[in-house]
Ligand binder design. Structure first.
Ligand code: ADP
Ligand code: MG
Length: 410
């Protein structure tokens, strides 16, 4: 494989599950390249098909149609022994860690090395090296139950890296962690990428994670990749409603419907939200427009942050002036940035991408309602996948049978 060949190449990849309610297209015609050496994010709400997609990459699931190529090798049609070789080049860690509770930290990290038949002395040296890398040398003899969530995830990462994989798949690795611990684990993933040269695929339902960690991102919804590209261009100019919701719910820079109603009560003028971006639409444009038009503007809501280290956000203003003056102001500013007219108390207009609870009514269609990382079933699937990977077993069915048919101590 040449150095420019993608680490993972997906072509028209589709996975259909037969369920009691009929066929379910968990992954639907996905075409994507993940470059060697990058940190690639896959973001989507729960049920979007992210975990299924990564299971197709490490050959725990078989595609219904399409091609999965890992490190230049097409997975479909490989024999079990060849699949094991492909899997040996891929590390994986999960939301629920899936550590062996009866083994120490060192024992957990050593486990994949034992399965791969490493001699004892090499194993011990490798475990020491890995624990040092993840900063857990002093915890080597402790048991998982004695560790914090962040420490457990570090053990999971050390274990996933044990056999020197070229690719690391991190499926909701930080979803069970608090924000500060999340940051530590994401910093560790960045080090794994920068210092070990490992290609990382970060699967998440949190935009913060992608924003902080990834070079490029694909947004998934209902099995499809609806949008992909470098992180800034996807999030600074989101095209698909799913992407727009991720952006709005992460930045909270735009007033929720309830906040907007409060703003209208306090401010009788015209409420507009003005985008702040790197190219054009800087807050300087806003200042200029306010200077040149006979319109009063005061900032009533907003936030500007960074995406991929570049400015992004919005400011919401109350404008006062005549109807015509305000219209001219909006038309002028619209030439250099996005301006969303939210109307007035008498003639209100809604933000089509608003997230957060509504002031009244019972719409369940807000960001919080979809925030969950997974359901119970996917936790069970994670455990099964983990076992299949560690034991070098084939097929997902075999792994499930292993979990349900045989009592293992987890
Ligand atoms: N082994 C399976 N059998 C049946 N349905 C499945 C299986 N794995 C996943 N699904 C279904 O496929 C869809 C996508 O699931 P998943 O890939 O876990 O999504 P995500 O990781 O984005 O939350 C969901 O509707 C899920 O219930
Ligand atoms: Mg998942």
């Amino acid at each position: 494989m040449s150095s420019s060949a993608p680490a993972v190449r997906l072509r028209g990849v589709t996975k259909v599950f037969d369920t009691a309610r009929g066929p379910l297209r968990a992954v639907d015609d996905v075409t994507l390249d993940i470059a060697a050496g990058e940190i690639f994010g896959i973001i989507g709400y729960s049920g979007a098909g992210k975990s299924t997609l990564v299971r197709l990459v490490n050959a725990l699931e078989e595609v219904t149609s399409g091609d999965v190529v890992v490190g230049g090798r097409t997975i479909s049609g490989l024999r079990e022994s060849q699949l094991r070789e492909v899997r040996a080049g891929i590390g994986m860690n999960f939301q629920h860690f899936n550590l062996l509770s009866s083994r120490t930290v060192a024992g957990n990290v050593a486990y994949p090395l034992e399965v791969a038949g490493w001699p004892r002395a090499r194993r011990a040296a490798r475990v020491a090296e890995l624990l040092e890398f993840v900063g857990l040398t002093d915890k080597a003899r402790q048991y998982p139950s004695q560790l914090s969530g962040g420490q457990k995830q570090r053990v999971g990462i050390a274990r996933a890296l044990a056999t020197n994989p070229q690719i690391l798949l991190a499926d909701e690795a930080t979803s069970a962690l608090d924000p500060e611990t999340t940051q530590d684990v994401l910093d560790l993933l960045k080090r794994v990428n920068a210092e070990l040269g490992v290609t990382i695929v970060v699967i998440t339902h949190e935009m913060e994670v992608v924003k902080y960690t990834c070079d490029r991102v694909a947004v998934m919804e209902a099995g499809k990749v609806v949008e992909h590209g470098d992180v800034y261009s996807v999030f600074a100019d989101p095209q698909h409603p799913a992407t727009r919701r991720f952006v709005a719910s992460s930045l909270r820079d735009r007033p929720s419907p309830a906040a907007l109603e409060r703003l209208r009560r306090r401010h009788p003028g015209r409420i507009v939200t003005v985008g702040v971006r790197e190219d054009g639409g800087s807050s300087g444009e806003l200042t200029r427009a306010l200077r040149e038009h006979p319109v009063e503007g005061s900032v009533v809501y907003g936030g500007i942050t960074e995406i991929a280290e570049r400015p992004y956000g919005s400011l919401t203003l109350e404008l006062t002036g005549s109807e015509e003056e305000i219209a001219a102001f909006i038309a002028d500013l619209s030439r250099s940035t996005s301006v969303l007219d939210l109307g007035t108390a008498e003639a209100p207009r809604q933000d089509p991408d608003a997230v957060g609870p509504r002031a009244s009514g019972t719409s369940a269609d807000d960001g919080a309602a979809r925030d969950g990382a997974d359901d119970g079933a996917s936790g069970v699937r994670d455990a099964a996948a983990n076992e299949a990977l560690l034991l070098g077993k084939g097929g997902f069915g075999a792994a499930l049978a292993a979990v349900f048919g045989r009592r293992r101590k987890w």
